[in-house]
Design a protein around this ligand. Structure first.
Ligand code: UFG
Length: 328
């Protein structure tokens, strides 16, 4: 039996595929390669096509012996989602509707879903536990929350079991240097800081230094992409064993400010990395820190890379060895 990974050529998807292969799992990847990279796939079987194409999904589920799905394929830029909400509802919500419809038709009833801390919006308290209210502040978070609800009702109606994993800030790269992070355009803090260290950007903009935090910049919980990958592996095992739907936060439980992240990048790279204070970015909550306790106890998840320095070191190894990403 194989695990289907949708969006398996993307950043978190490709690290999860690699980890599953390292664990000896059979993996089939579905990706339309609109954002993902063929070179990130390291030997997994690829079905190149779109979630919205029902005939394509029928062919995949008929040809392959799939017993569970890990579903990453989605648009995931908060800023873009505010400008183009209908694109996000189409690709994320309708795309997932198409996938779930075909899963039910083909009797594939286990799914691990890539959700986000953006479902919480501006949290009432930190660290954030899963029982806090959800109140997304952007269409991206709304679409992920809509999918979580679609999954809840699909469990009740069709017995489709789901684990929703709400990630905080995914960062780092494969410690063995096989794959890494390559977005175009890049909007995430750590790769932007490392591109500045490489001289590809003149300076880093710190989006706001007037938040209610110690140094005034936003605080986030950075979690290593390989630790996220392991949580997906554990979630699939747990679903197959227990068949219980659930929701988990995935973060380290510790926050770092934007300024602290830049300092760690300076230390790791040995470069000055010029930074300037810029206006706040719309929709940014001041502080997002996970409580990962539920994932640790239920999934026996134990993150291996809890030091920001290790996360940045792995990211830097990838970026300095692949300054143009996957492009030759
Ligand atoms: N930041 C800067 N300068 C930059 C880029 C980012 O100061 O050039 C700041 C942001 O304002 C934010 C922090 O760095 O305070 C982290 O920003 P990222 O864009 O790296 O990540 P986000 O926290 O905005 O978003 C991430 C994922 C989203 C997900 C969210 C959930 O990218 O998909 O976490 O917490 F929804």
């Amino acid at each position: 039996m194989a695990i289907l990974v949708t969006g398996g050529a993307g950043y978190i998807g490709s690290h999860t595929v690699l980890h599953l292969l390292d664990k000896g799992e059979d993996v089939v990847v579905l990706d339309n390669l609109s954002k993902g990279h063929r070179d990130a796939l390291q030997g997994a079987v690829l079905y190149e096509g779109d979630l919205l194409d029902g005939d394509f999904l029928d062919k995949l589920f008929t040809e392959q012996n799939i017993d569970s799905v890990i579903h990453f394929a989605a648009d995931s830029l908060v800023g873009e989602s505010v400008k183009e909400p209908l694109k996000y509802y189409h690709n994320n919500v309708i795309g997932t509707h198409s996938l779930l419809t075909k899963m039910v038709e083909h009797n594939v009833l286990n799914i691990v879903f890539s959700s986000t801390a953006a479902t919480y919006g501006e949290p009432e308290q930190v660290p954030i536990v899963e029982s806090l209210p959800t109140a997304p502040t952007n269409p991206y978070g709304e679409t992920k929350l809509a999918i979580e609800k679609m999954l809840k009702w699909s469990d009740q109606a069709y017995g489709l079991k789901s684990v929703c994993l709400r990630y905080f800030n995914a960062a780092g790269a494969d410690p063995k240097g096989r794959i890494g992070e390559d977005h175009d355009p890049e909007s995430h803090l750590i790769p932007i800081v490392l591109q500045t260290a490489l001289g590809q950007r003149d300076q880093v903009q710190v989006f706001g230094d007037d938040y209610q935090t110690e140094d005034g910049s936003c605080i986030r919980d950075y979690v290593h992409v390989m630790d996220l990958a392991d949580a997906h592996f554990l979630a699939v095992q747990k679903l197959k064993q227990d068949g219980i739907s659930n929701i988990y936060n995935l973060g380290i439980g510790q926050g770092f400010s934007v300024k602290q992240v830049i300092d760690v990048c300076r230390e790791v790279t040995g470069h000055d990395i010029p930074a300037v204070i810029a206006p706040r970015r719309a929709g940014d909550p001041a502080v997002l820190i996970a409580s990962p306790e539920k994932a640790k106890s239920d999934l026996t998840w134990e993150p291996q890379f809890t030091q920001l320095k290790d996360i940045v070191t792995h990211a830097w190894s990838w970026h300095s060895a692949h300054p143009s990403g996957y492009k030759k």
